[in-house]
Each structure stands twice: as C-alpha cells, then as structure tokens.
Design a protein around this ligand. Structure first.
Ligand code: COA
Length: 190
C-alpha cells in the first residue's frame, strides 16, 4: 500500500456505532473517559489529569491519520463519544499492527467494544491495510480485555514477565495474536 494513504476521512458503521477520526471538539469527552482511574487501571500509562493531554493526542492523531501511519477511531454511540480503538505500530513489511481500545465506564458490559473491534479488525484485514496479523499486549489481570480479545478469536500466545512499570507498579504482558486466516475461518463458520 502507498505510504500516502490517508485515514483522515475514514468512517466505519456498525449496527449501533459509528467509528470516525477524533476531532478537537472531542477533547472533553476523551478526558472524562481517560481520567477515570477504573478505565486506566490496566493501561500502559496513568490516568489523564489535564485537557491538554486529550488535545495533544487529538492533534497528533490528526497528523498520523493524514499520513496513514496509524489508525485511531473514536467510537460513537447514540451521537456520543464513548471510547476509541486503534491499530498502531503498523509494520507494512510484516503486515502486522497492534490493537488497542478504551471504553468509558458507563458503556461497559453491553458488547459495544466487541462490535467496534469487529469493524476495526475487518478493516485491518481488508484491502486498504491488508494486514496478515493483529496483536495485542494486555495486563493479564484485565479479564474484560482478555474476554474481548478471545471473543474476537485472538489466541493467547505468551506471557512476558514484569514488562511494564506504570506509576511505579510493575506488571506482566499477556500477548495475543489473530491471524488473517483465523479471521477468515471465523467468518466462514459464523
Ligand atoms: C475491556 C473493555 C474494552 C471491554 O469492553 P466492553 O464493551 O465492556 O466488553 P463486553 O461488554 O463485550 O464484555 C466483555 C466480556 O468481559 C467481561 N468483563 C467485563 N468487565 C469485566 C471485569 N472487570 N472482570 C471480569 N470480566 C469482565 C464481560 O462480562 C464479558 O464477558 P462475556 O463475553 O463472557 O459475557 C472495557 O472494559 C474497557 O474499556 N476497559 C478499560 C480500558 C481497557 O482496559 N482497555 C483495554 C486495554 S488492553
């Protein structure tokens, strides 16, 4: 794929959700989600504390999305931003990327992230990104995240010990992988 492909106007639609690029007007909603210590409990960085963190990320995403180097989409439900999901660390040579996702606490437990990630993963394995493999690195204590990945067909492939230190807390990484062939088989059987 050309390195000039832009994701700046990308939108994905599911039964309940719209996935679209973040915009400056999303800063307050993104801060509210990411400042929640329950949401940030198992993330690779501390909870946000300042609107400037949301604004900086939105600005950086606009650059990366226009350049097509990184894909992050806001998850919108009933016209409100409830979270976001991303394909990052994209290696074009190896046709792989990492997946990440965050949902505000009020939206948990309704399968919304499953619905969002089904669309995101489908896009990743589709003709634009043409990925061969998608991987995830999660805290093994994050049961909701592990179930979300397993429901999509990701396989747990390994455990890296004491890989992260966030706010002084040391944690392990559980690594998960989903191959394009896994996804195709899953689509055939459902
Ligand atoms: C992980 C997350 C995206 C899950 O989203 P969600 O839309 O609430 O997920 P679902 O409603 O599809 O629930 C997924 C499964 O996890 C289970 N689950 C959710 N939270 C759980 C928890 N705290 N402990 C145990 N299981 C949990 C649900 O019961 C469900 O199980 P089931 O498939 O057997 O019914 C969401 O909880 C979240 O954003 N958490 C904070 C950020 C985060 O940790 N992101 C991932 C970083 S790797």
């Amino acid at each position: 794929m050309s390195t000039t492909t832009s994701f700046a106007t990308l939108a994905l639609h599911t039964a309940r959700l719209t996935l679209r690029p973040t915009a400056p007007a999303d800063a307050a909603a993104l801060l509210a989600i990411n400042a929640d210590p329950e949401v940030a409990r198992y993330l690779s960085r501390p909870a946000w504390t300042d609107i400037a963190q949301a604004e900086a990320r939105i600005a950086q995403d606009a650059v990366d999305m226009a350049a097509g180097t990184h894909l992050r989409l806001a998850v919108e439900h009933e016209s409100r931003l409830v979270g976001d999901c991303t394909l990052f660390n994209w290696s074009r040579q190896c046709r792989r990327a990492e997946i990440g996702y965050v949902l505000g606490r009020a939206a948990w437990g309704r399968g919304l992230m499953h619905e969002a990630l089904t669309a995101l993963v489908g896009f990743g394995f589709g003709p634009v990104m043409d990925l061969h493999r998608i991987e995830a690195d999660i805290d093994p204590r994050n049961e909701g995240s592990a179930k979300t990945l397993e429901r999509l067909g990701f396989m747990r492939e390994g455990l890296l010990r004491e890989r992260w230190i966030v706010s002084g807390e040391v944690s392990d990484s559980a690594l998960y992988g989903l191959l394009r062939s896994d996804w195709a088989r899953r689509a055939q059987s459902s």
